[in-house]
Design a protein around this ligand. Structure first.
Ligand code: PXG
Length: 479
């Protein structure tokens, strides 16, 4: 195998689609341990090699053009190929590529970004977000949350308040704390997770968890009250915080009923526990707001963010620290012994500032809220007419549908059939990236998507659903 071109400098490999896909796959499998990947499987099938991207499309090393309805991994909100972001990164790299923010030092982009984020966070219901802690990812940010929440209660003389309540099928990252906070059984099954003092309640998943005949509103209240039952069973004086995604992303785009969040707010207020809104997916326009709690009208104390803050062009994450926590940490706390080398990284912050500026200039958040989001909802909801689709729902620019065997009876397919994966394979074949989470198919398109591109995506989705239906019929799985 000729590996010389593969390890050549970037300028020489720019046209990677002219290279030997098999050679890249062999080196990939020989040296690169991928996240969440079965490497036995990877070695036989080979990775798909993505070589370039523009707007809402990506290209692979075979030259196939694919509509990326997942924004990379829920993050390329501004779309691909945005020169403004590249320029901002370049300029800042040449000016100050790195300096730490420990030891009473700071840098201008980090200060500007912290200020900008404080301006963007809606200041409702007596909560203010004047402070930001920076990290490089969502996982790190949730580790920060655990440290911060425990420090907060220690400083208030209540060190026994340690327990953080989360939800089954939540995703909060892959570090020890992130994976523990998350409610993914496959992750908990490896490495003795969750770590102590993290417990889970059931998710507000109407389609799967509602009782027969129960209204969505009633189910929302009942699901929220699982939190109160858990608090009371542990003892409210031992509970530090509740963490949740506004809309569960990786769990399959699970949109809670409207009654859910107000009831959660009532419960956390009643018991005085902190509320962490993990907005790694949902912030920065994804739900038509800069921060997603605004959409649901609750009042978090801490907000996790990452992904869309830079549109994924460079790693950056953080925690918006509400005044309730910030005041205690700052006024009573002395030194908080926590931080990352890249906290407030100047290049990442400069790219984030350029990204936010671009989103403001192009009114991407407003577009999702008032124009393309409602249009996507109209088109996506109509998928419920399709014989395979049991339910289809969007919220801003995330959407999820469930593939069912029998619509009337809400009967799911046998898990072993892997119907979601079959559908995903048809998506790949037809030039569409749509994720499968079990038999839920999910989308989170770039926020720059136009109405015409929504139509283009919906045509592809229809084609892939039809192909899946045909395959299932041919296999005798359907009448
Ligand atoms: N919180 C939430 C809500 C997330 O969605 C994280 C935290 C962790 O962020 P980092 O930057 O550490 O990955 C995430 C990440 C999927 C998938 O399969 C989703 C995520 C990551 C990887 C895969 O949908 N979300």
């Amino acid at each position: 195998m000729n590996t010389s071109t593969l390890i050549a400098p970037p300028a020489l490999v720019r046209r990677a689609e002219q290279q030997d896909t098999k050679a890249i796959q062999a080196l990939d499998s020989a040296h690169f341990i991928h996240p969440f990947t079965d490497h036995g499987d990877l070695a036989t099938r080979g990775s798909r090699v993505i070589t370039r991207a523009d707007n809402i499309y990506i290209w692979d090393s075979e030259g196939a053009k694919i509509l990326d309805a997942m924004s990379g991994l829920w993050c390329v909100n501004a779309g691909y190929g945005r020169k403004e972001l590249a320029d901002a990164g370049y300029q800042q790299t040449m000016t100050l590529p790195f300096y730490n923010t420990f030891f009473q030092t700071t840098n201008v982009p980090a200060v500007q970004l912290a200020t900008k984020l404080a301006q963007l966070a809606p200041q409702g219901g007596g909560r203010k977000f004047e402070h930001v802690f920076f990290s490089s990812s969502g996982s790190e940010s949730n580790d920060t949350n655990v440290r911060m929440v425990r420090r907060y209660w220690d400083l208030l003389g209540q060190p026994q308040r340690k327990v953080i309540i989360s939800r089954h099928n939540a995703y909060h990252g892959s570090t020890m704390a992130g994976a523990s906070l998350g409610g993914m059984s496959g992750m908990h099954a490896q490495g003795d997770l969750p770590i102590p003092d993290i417990v889970h309640i059931e998710q507000p998943h109407f389609f799967e968890n509602a009782n027969p005949g129960e209204t969505e509103a009633d189910f929302g209240l009942r699901a929220a009250r699982w939190l109160e039952e858990k608090i009371l069973s542990i003892g409210a004086d031992k509970v530090a915080a509740f963490i949740a995604e506004p809309v569960q992303g990786a769990g399959g785009v699970i949109i809670p009923p409207e009654t859910y969040w107000p009831e959660i707010q009532r419960i956390v207020d009643k018991h005085g526990i902190l509320l962490i809104s993990d907005e790694v997916i949902c912030a920065f326009g994804r739900l038509g707001h800069w921060f997603a709690y605004e959409k649901f009208g609750y009042r978090p104390d801490l907000i996790t963010f990452a992904k869309g803050v830079t549109s994924g062009y460079i790693p950056l994450g953080g925690v918006m620290v509400g005044d309730r926590v910030a005041k205690v940490l700052i006024e009573k706390g002395g030194e908080f012994n926590h931080g990352y080398t890249y906290s407030g990284h100047p290049v990442a912050c400069a790219v984030a500032l350029a990204n936010i500026e671009l989103m403001e200039r192009e009114k991407l958040v407003e577009r999702v809220k008032d124009d393309t989001g409602p249009y996507l909802a109209e088109r996506f909801d109509a998928l419920e007419q399709h014989p395979l689709v049991g339910a289809a729902q969007t919220c801003g620019f995330v959407g999820g549908l469930v593939l069912v065997k029998d619509k009337a009876k809400k009967q799911m397919f046998d898990e072993a059939l892997g119907v979601g994966m079959k559908c995903r394979a048809h998506c790949f074949r037809n030039g569409l990236i749509m994720r499968a989470v079990g038999d839920r198919m999910i989308i989170a398109p770039p926020l720059v998507m136009t109405r015409a591109q929504v139509d283009e995506m919906m045509d592809l989705i229809h084609r892939c659903l039809d192909a899946t239906l045909e395959e299932l019929r041919a296999e005798g799985q359907l009448a």
